[in-house]
Design a protein around this ligand. Structure first.
Ligand SMILES: Cc1cc2nc3c(=O)[nH]c(=O)nc-3n(C[C@H](O)[C@H](O)[C@H](O)COP(=O)(O)OP(=O)(O)OC[C@H]3O[C@@H](n4cnc5c(N)ncnc54)[C@H](O)[C@@H]3O)c2cc1C
Length: 382
């Protein structure tokens, strides 16, 4: 396996040569970006977070974030599929038993296995940490029935990290995580993804009907799911979604910066839109918003890697901050793009639709802000 610096270079090249040229077609046809995932797998990028002993690059949050910013500038649907795969990789690497790790992580390092998270449930919505489904135990036999509301890569992934309440749980935070392979009896994808944005990421509801769970597929001890979600999944997911938001915003910013220079007015002697002071002011505001979100992301990663005790608040905040920044930058870019952008030229309208997802992906921005408010006021988070 290549070191992660060369993998990031490969990621950049694939983003430019493969992801970007196909992004509009994937969006318009609403199809899963299979060819992109194959290319990223062959290039080793899907093994970025796999520990070195299983053939991966052993990279962490900083490299994951860099890879996702670059991918999402090119094709946000692909970046979101990759992010969910990275989150699943991280929790498998941290919590799976030895034989599961050996089997899955080496396949992930070879780019032959794509995984994802199936956490959100219709019964708890944006409160991702609180599954309502419960594992039923009958002696050593365990079964799960659950309605998962939206799962990225539904029906396309090779495995699903599924959350549910442990058997006889006293409350929603007494949960467990299990790995359910594709093709498991009782696992089904419900319908086709018709979402506003990220049209290629195959997010669809999934149902589990009496799916048999075995102890070898459990990620961590029974009842440790909530802890794994907070300690492992949350930092990867939050920092990953923030990175995707920044990549989308950056793509829109670059497009509009070029567009206002190229848009010329005959009636004003050929002056460009960029020559109008109000336009310069708006572009400056976009740049500052983007830069502050980027800086907050870098600071959050630094604190998380350093084990700073206050990092959790930033891990919660950074997704909401980057989502807001992205929405602001992309909306502004749409306005400055005028009829050209409204007419779906330049990719801005795709950025605009893709930008909407982060705020409603659990933990949704409003719930995150509730957590931050509670923390600032010294109130318990849960
Ligand atoms: C593109 C996409 C991909 C996804 N991929 C996955 C995936 O791979 N795996 C997975 O598990 N899930 C995934 N999801 C699901 C996602 O996490 C859910 O959309 C999320 O759980 C929100 O659920 P909901 O729509 O039921 O929100 P609801 O709970 O109905 O909330 C709706 C809105 O109500 C408001 N609200 C709710 N609670 C509060 C509160 N406490 N305080 C203030 N306001 C509140 C917020 O504005 C919130 O946006 C994906 C979603 C999208 C859009």
């Amino acid at each position: 396996m290549a070191d992660f610096y060369s993998l990031l270079a490969t990621n950049e090249k694939l983003s430019q040569d493969v992801l970007r040229p196909g992004a509009d077609q994937i969006d318009q046809s609403r199809r899963f970006p299979r060819e992109n995932m194959v290319a990223l797998g062959k290039g080793g990028v899907l093994g970025l977070l796999v520990p070195v002993q299983y053939g991966g690059a052993g990279a962490g949050l900083a490299e994951m974030s860099s890879a996702l910013v670059v991918q999402s500038q090119a094709c946000a649907s692909t970046a979101m599929v990759t992010l969910m795969h990275f989150c699943a990789t991280a929790v498998i690497a941290a919590k799976a038993g030895d034989s599961l790790k050996q089997r899955l992580l080496s396949a992930m390092a070879r780019g032959e296995h794509v995984s994802t998270l199936a956490f959100s449930e219709a019964g708890s919505g944006g409160h991702f940490y609180a599954p309502v489904s419960e594992i039923r135990a009958n002696g050593a036999q365990k079964k799960l029935s659950a309605n998962k509301s939206l799962v990225t890569s539904a029906g396309e992934a090779d495995s699903y990290v599924v959350s549910a309440r442990r058997p006889a749980a006293a409350g929603p935070t007494e949960s467990s995580l299990y790995l359910v392979p594709k093709g498991a009896n009782g696992l089904a994808t419900q319908g086709r993804f018709e979402g506003l944005g990220l049209a290629g990421n195959a997010s669809a509801p999934m149902t589990l009907t009496d799916v048999a769970l075995d102890d070898d597929s459990r990620l961590g001890p029974e009842g440790s799911g909530f802890e794994s979600m907070l300690q492992v999944v949350l930092p990867h997911f939050q920092i990953g979604v923030a990175s995707v938001s920044i990549g989308i915003a950056n793509a829109a910013f670059q497009t509009i910066a070029a567009r206002v220079g190229a848009r010329k007015y005959e009636h004003a002697g050929g002056a460009a839109l960029a020559s109008i002071p109000r336009v310069q002011f708006l572009v400056a505001e976009m740049a500052l918003e983007l830069n502050s979100a980027r800086a907050y992301l870098a600071e959050t990663i630094r604190k998380a890697l350093a084990g700073d005790p206050t990092a959790m608040l930033d891990v919660l905040g950074v997704k909401a901050r980057a989502a807001d920044a992205c929405l602001n930058v992309v909306s502004r870019a749409m306005t400055l793009g005028g009829g050209w952008a409204f007419g779906r030229r330049g990719g801005l309208e795709r950025n605009f639709r893709d930008a909407q997802a982060a705020a409603v992906m659990a933990p949704v921005s409003d719930v995150l802000k509730e957590f931050i408010g509670k923390a600032c006021l010294g109130l318990p988070l849960f």
